[in-house]
Design a protein around this ligand. Structure first.
Ligand code: NDP
Length: 296
C-alpha cells in the first residue's frame, strides 16, 4: 500500500502547534504581524496573497495588506519596504513574486530587513542556511522536511534526488538535506534542465523531490520500487473541467504511485505546508524581535 502523505493534515498540526507560542507572545502584549506586499494584477499572485492573509487571521497573526499598482515606480516599493522595516508591529515582510520587470527582484530581497525576511530569501539568510545556521528556512523546503518527518521518512543516509535548482525550492532543499542535522544527512543529487539523463538519477533515488515546473515530467518508469516521492509542482493544464483547467504536479501521479512507498498528492501535499511554514517563520520572527522565548 502506498502512503498518500496528507499535507493538509500535517499543515493543520503545524498551525495548531503554533498556538502555545502565539499565546506566550499574547501574554507579553505582542501580536505577530506579517506585511504582504502585492505589486501585480496576476490572479494567481492575488490568490496566494489572500490565502496567506486568511491563514494569518486563522491563527492570530495580524496581516497588513499592501497593494501597489504594477506601474508604480520601483522607488515607491523601496520606500514602503523601508517603512515596514521600521514598523515595530510588523515582524515579517513578504513581497509576492514575481514583481514587474521594471523592479529588480534581487534588490527587493536585499532591501528587506533580514530579521523580517520570513521567506528566507535575503542573501544574509541564504548564507546562514548554507552555513548550517539558518534563521528562516525557506517555507517550501522547510515544509517538505516537516512532511517527510511526519511520514516517518528520515533522509539520513538516503539517496535523495532533487529535480530543480531554483533559489526558492531546489537549492535550499538540497542545502537542508545535506545539513549535519535532523532532517538532513542525506546524499543529495541536484538535477536541472541540463542534466543529461534524468531517469538515470531518479532510478537510484530513495527519495525524489520534483520541483521543475514541468507537468508530470517524472513518471513511474523513472522510479524504483519503494521510492518516496515529494511533488512540489503546481501546474495548470487545460482540461475538460468547469474552470477549463486542472492542477497537476511535476510527477505523473498514477504511474509514480505504483512504484512509491509514499507520495504527496497535488493539490493537498506540499502547498499547504508552504503556507503553514510562513506562519511558523512569522511567529519565530516576532519572538526573536521581542526577545521572548517560545517553543516552536
Ligand atoms: P523554477 O522555474 O524557478 O525552476 C525550475 C527548475 O527546474 C530549474 O532549475 C530548471 O532547470 C529545472 N528544470 C526545468 N525543466 C527541467 C527538466 N526537463 N529536467 C530537469 N530539470 C528541469 O521553478 P520553482 O522552483 O519556482 O518551482 C518549481 C515548481 O514548484 C513549479 O511547478 C511551481 O509552481 C511549484 N512551486 C510550488 C510551491 C508549493 O508550495 N507547492 C512553492 C513554489 C513552487 P534550469 O535551472 O536549468 O533552468
Amino acid at each position: 500500500m502506498t502512503d498518500i502523505i496528507d499535507g493538509n493534515a500535517v499543515a493543520s498540526e503545524v498551525r495548531d502547534g503554533l498556538g502555545d507560542a502565539i499565546e506566550t507572545l499574547d501574554d507579553a502584549g505582542v501580536t505577530p504581524g506579517l506585511a504582504t506586499v502585492l505589486m501585480s494584477d496576476d490572479p494567481a499572485s492575488e490568490t496566494y496573497v489572500s490565502m496567506k492573509q486568511r491563514d494569518c487571521a486563522e491563527v492570530g497573526i495580524e496581516a497588513f495588506d499592501y497593494e501597489l499598482d504594477p506601474d508604480t515606480p520601483a522607488a515607491e516599493l523601496y520606500d514602503l519596504i523601508d517603512d515596514l522595516n521600521a514598523d515595530e508591529d510588523v515582524h515579517g515582510i513578504l513581497v509576492q513574486m514575481p514583481v514587474p520587470d521594471h523592479v529588480d527582484s534581487r534588490e527587493v530581497l536585499r532591501s528587506i530587513d533580514p530579521a523580517k525576511d520570513v521567506d528566507g530569501f535575503h542573501p544574509e539568510n541564504v548564507g546562514r542556511l548554507v552555513a548550517g545556521d539558518a534563521r528562516f528556512k525557506p517555507c517550501t523546503p522547510h515544509g517538505i522536511q516537516k512532511l517527510l518527518d511526519a511520514a516517518g521518512v528520515d533522509p539520513e543516509g538516503k539517496e535523495v534526488v532533487v529535480v530543480g535548482r531554483s533559489d526558492i525550492v531546489g537549492k535550499p532543499m538540497a542545502n537542508l538535506l545535506i545539513q549535519k542535522a535532523p532532517g538532513g544527512n542525506a546524499t543529495v543529487t541536484v538535477c536541472h534542465s541540463r542534466t543529461e539523463d534524468l531517469s538515470e538519477h531518479t532510478r537510484r533515488a530513495d527519495v525524489v523531490v520534483a520541483a521543475c515546473g514541468v507537468p508530470e515530467l517524472v513518471t513511474g518508469e523513472m522510479l524504483s520500487e519503494g521510492v518516496v516521492v515529494v511533488d512540489v509542482g503546481v501546474n495548470r493544464v487545460d482540461a475538460d473541467t468547469e474552470k477549463g483547467y486542472e492542477l497537476v504536479g511535476d510527477v505523473e501521479f498514477e504511474s509514480a504511485e505504483e512504484q512509491a512507498s509514499a507520495i504527496t498528492p497535488v493539490p493537498g501535499g506540499v502547498g499547504p505546508m508552504t503556507r503553514a511554514m510562513l506562519l511558523w517563520n512569522t511567529v519565530k520572527a516576532a519572538a526573536e524581535a521581542e526577545g521572548i522565548d517560545v517553543t516552536l
